[in-house]
Design a protein around this ligand. Structure first.
Ligand SMILES: [Zn+2]
Length: 221
């Protein structure tokens, strides 16, 4: 089994500018190291205390997340200049039938792991989130939605979202799972094929919505 990997690299503390050699994880294999996966989901994997001032800070370092059971790979590239031109550089780890994704921020990485672990399709989740974003007269003005799966086994069959709102607060939103199934059926009924691409984000949903609007079944509500 492919082990997780790390490098030792010099980082600067953003508070006191102290220079320090730190461990940066570059490959996290969910099956080989479930504890690393857990730390990644809790945002503590790349969190380090500064030995000079004691403040903890996140090191901004890219990594590859592998799930060989569910057959997906997510490349996290925080400093990518041109995501549209990205090509999977590290396909040693992945087989041709794997799902490959590219993300440029940590919240996206965590969200995708939650989405795939829940057996959902991230393209449909993006479409669902975009339709939520476009709903008017909501009590909370949402800026972004992030899907998540609760730690405890969830019997409610609800879909859970963290909502980053325009008032800079975070809210929770729970939706019936049927709204996901409706989105899936809508795509099928319109005869649309979900795009096969690394970068799946809001722009994917905008493209799908545009295609849907050209079919007679354009009602997402
Ligand atoms: Zn420091």
């Amino acid at each position: 089994m492919q082990p997780s990997q790390f490098i030792k690299q010099t980082f600067h503390c953003p508070v006191c500018l102290n220079e320090e050699l730190m461990t940066a994880w570059t490959l996290v294999h969910a099956q080989a190291d479930p504890d690393l996966k857990d730390r990644l989901l809790r945002k503590t994997l790349q969190l380090h205390p500064c030995s000079n001032c004691g403040r903890e800070f996140q090191i901004e370092s890219g990594l590859v997340y592998l799930d060989s059971e569910q057959k997906f790979l997510i490349a996290y590239e925080p400093d990518l200049e041109n995501p549209a031109a990205w090509q999977p550089y590290d396909l040693d780890h992945a087989q041709p039938d794997w799902t490959i994704r590219l993300v440029t921020d940590q919240n996206q990485l965590i969200e995708k792991i939650h989405i795939f672990d829940s057996g959902l399709d991230d393209r449909l989740v993006e479409l669902l989130k975009l339709s939520l974003l476009r709903q008017e007269n909501q009590p909370v003005k949402a800026r972004r939605f992030f899907y998540y799966q609760p730690q405890e086994p969830d019997e409610s069959a609800l879909l859970h979202f963290m909502v980053a709102a325009e008032d800079d607060q975070w809210y929770n939103l729970d939706l019936e799972r049927s709204i996901y199934q409706n989105t899936e059926q809508l795509i099928a009924a319109a005869g649309l094929v979900l795009p096969d691409q690394w970068l799946v984000d809001q722009s994917t949903a905008v493209g799908l919505l545009r295609e849907l609007s050209q079919t007679p079944l354009a009602d997402l509500s």
